[in-house]
Design a protein around this ligand. Structure first.
Ligand SMILES: [Zn+2]
Ligand SMILES: [Zn+2]
Length: 195
């Protein structure tokens, strides 16, 4: 049973087949599923349906240019809330102020919560664990994590250096794989598993 978790091909990307998130309208449980080569959000509580387009998550606008007046290198980054394409930058050298085209980066963390990569909405399956954040994209991902932790529990004390299994584990945050947390992590997973 633990064999399939030894597959080093299982990456986070492959686990992101769909997402359980907080509905942007009612905060209820919504699913983001593949749809026509893209994605579609459907809320099971208010039945809100949404196609990708708006990013609810956190974004940073970044500008790195040469001042249009004195050609001094200037840069600025700022947290943005809308789809800003421009950012006002003031040159330290000549004092010229101008809006420059900004590069927008989307972030998966927003207000300390992990978000999906389509809408930037907070994942449903997440919980703080001391100073860390435990999260899963969906119930399959959660169940995989549970099986990892259980498998590791059985292997405790057994040296498996270089095995594929330990390679897989090496990608997980240490608070999840740490032996002393396992009991509590399993309890946390159990709480999150309640649908
Ligand atoms: Zn809703
Ligand atoms: Zn300047």
């Amino acid at each position: 049973m633990t064999e399939r978790f030894a597959d080093p091909g299982v990456s986070l990307y492959q686990l992101a087949t769909h997402f359980i998130v907080h509905c942007p309208k009612c905060d209820g449980k919504a699913q983001v599923l593949p749809f026509n080569g893209s994605w579609k959000l459907t809320c099971s509580k208010c039945f809100h349906v949404e196609l990708p387009g708006h990013w609810y998550g956190s974004m940073t606008a970044y500008v790195s240019v040469k001042c249009r007046v004195c050609h001094q290198s200037i840069s600025r980054s700022a947290e943005v809330t809308g789809e800003w394409a421009k950012l006002k930058v003031k040159c330290d050298e000549c004092g010229d102020e101008c809006e420059y085209e900004a590069k927008i980066s989307r972030h998966y963390m927003h207000h300390g919560l992990m978000c999906d990569s389509v809408f930037g909405l907070p994942l449903w399956l997440q919980k703080e664990f001391r100073s860390d954040l435990f999260w899963a994209f969906n119930y399959e991902h959660l169940s995989l994590l549970e099986q990892y932790v259980r498998a590791k529990l059985r292997e405790r004390g057994i040296e498996n250096k270089g095995s594929k299994n330990s390679l897989m584990f090496s990608r997980l945050p240490t608070f999840i794989t740490s032996a002393k947390n396992r009991g509590e992590i399993l309890k946390l997973i159990e709480e999150l598993s309640v649908k």
